[in-house]
Write a protein that binds this ligand. Structure first.
Ligand code: PHE
Length: 363
């Protein structure tokens, strides 16, 4: 019987050391295989004296069963461990991610919009959202730009079909002056500037009023590095008693100093827009050369940034504002332009290009 105990001891030692399915299999072959240690003893059973044979046979079977059970149990443990290791090592692929899984970031326009909204909110301005599809009245007529006014030519846009009824079926037709449908006040079009929201916001809130309204604008443009058919503006309006150009300059200067995180110098040049009187182009001193004149400011020392002016009395009246009592200023900040300057984007087409690497701002 002694050799049975020796075999079991040897088996116990070897099974403890076996760590892989292969190692376990060689232990199984060594002990239970056709030429294995247990089988050898079973084969030799015939030579055992008759009176001992029964006990010996029983002991051998018990040994065989014990070894078998232990091998099976250890086999399950090894399989589980091997599977866990395989799972841990297998990379998980998200099929919805582009090849070479790249992470996106907030769009530069979103970043600059968020920043400006925070700044103007701290000045007590509300932030308004406005439709991209507006009527001819909102975009032009209410802003002192009647039909046939030459200012319309600079803002050719995309007109929606079936608009005589005031309802559009959603089909957008690219206009050109000769293909443009006959103008009616309720002709629907894609807005060419955020000023298109001025009239309805005046009617909605009345005076006094402080609001900004960022939005996507559309123009029929030949695109290049500085021109796009789709771009963003942020309109601002402040209407109250005694609002003057000084208020306009103060708000613009403070806002721009916050955006560029340094004191910026501004100047106003006369500019013509039918809906403001007087109208201005607001320039800032070039941030690259500090006014010394460089290529970035076309050697003028100044950068044109924001058209603005005092709201024309006709526009206030159209919006139901009492012009005897109230006055106001408006500005149309070129958000896309500002984002290009702030984040050093050289080509405007990057913003609508959808390439993640180009749109990633190191913030
Ligand atoms: N809406 C004008 C444009 O897009 C800009 C502007 C806004 C000018 C407000 C004056 C006042 O060209």
């Amino acid at each position: 019987m002694n050799n049975l105990i020796d075999i079991k001891n040897e088996f116990d030692l070897k099974i403890q050391v076996a760590a892989t399915s292969e190692e376990l299999d060689s232990v199984r072959i060594e002990f239970l295989g056709k030429k294995g240690k247990v089988q050898e003893l079973l084969n030799g059973l015939g030579a055992v004296p008759k009176e001992e044979r029964k006990d010996r046979g029983q002991a051998l079977n018990e040994l065989k069963n014990a070894i078998q059970t232990e091998i099976e149990q250890k086999g399950v443990r090894i399989k589980v461990a091997e599977l866990q290791e395989k799972v841990a090592k297998t990379p998980v692929y998200d099929a919805s991610l582009p090849y070479e899984a790249k992470c996106g970031s907030l769009h530069p326009i979103t970043l600059i919009t968020n920043e400006l909204e925070d700044i103007f909110a701290s000045f007590g301005f509300s932030v308004e959202d406005y439709s991209e599809v507006v009527s001819d009245f909102e975009c032009f007529t209410s802003l002192n730009i009647p039909e046939h006014h030459p200012a319309r030519d600079m803002q050719d846009t995309f007109y929606l079909e079936d608009s005589d009824s005031g309802q559009c079926d959603g089909e957008i037709k690219l206009s050109s002056t000769d293909r443009r449908p006959p103008i009616t006040d309720h002709q629907k079009l894609l807005k060419t500037h955020t000023s298109a929201a001025q009239n309805s916001l005046m009617k909605k809130y009345g005076a006094p009023l402080r609001a900004i309204f960022p939005g996507r604008c559309f123009r029929n443009e030949a695109t290049d590095a500085t021109h796009e058919n789709t771009f963003f503006q942020m309109e601002g309006m402040m209407i109250d008693e005694g609002v003057s150009i000084s208020n306009l300059i103060y708000f613009m200067k403070t806002m721009l100093s916050k955006v560029f995180e340094r004191d910026v110098e501004v100047r106003l040049r006369p500019g013509y827009f039918p809906f403001v009187e007087p109208g201005f182009e607001l320039d800032i001193k070039c941030l690259i050369c500090g006014g010394e004149k460089c290529a970035s400011c076309k050697h003028s020392g100044w950068l044109e940034l924001c058209p603005c002016g005092m709201i024309h009395p006709n526009v206030l009246k159209q919006g139901g504002i009492d012009t005897e009592k109230f006055s106001g200023f408006a500005f149309g900040l070129g958000l896309t332009r500002l984002a290009m300057m702030k984040y050093g984007v050289k080509d405007i087409r990057v913003f609508n290009g959808g390439r993640i690497e180009e749109l990633k701002i190191g913030k």
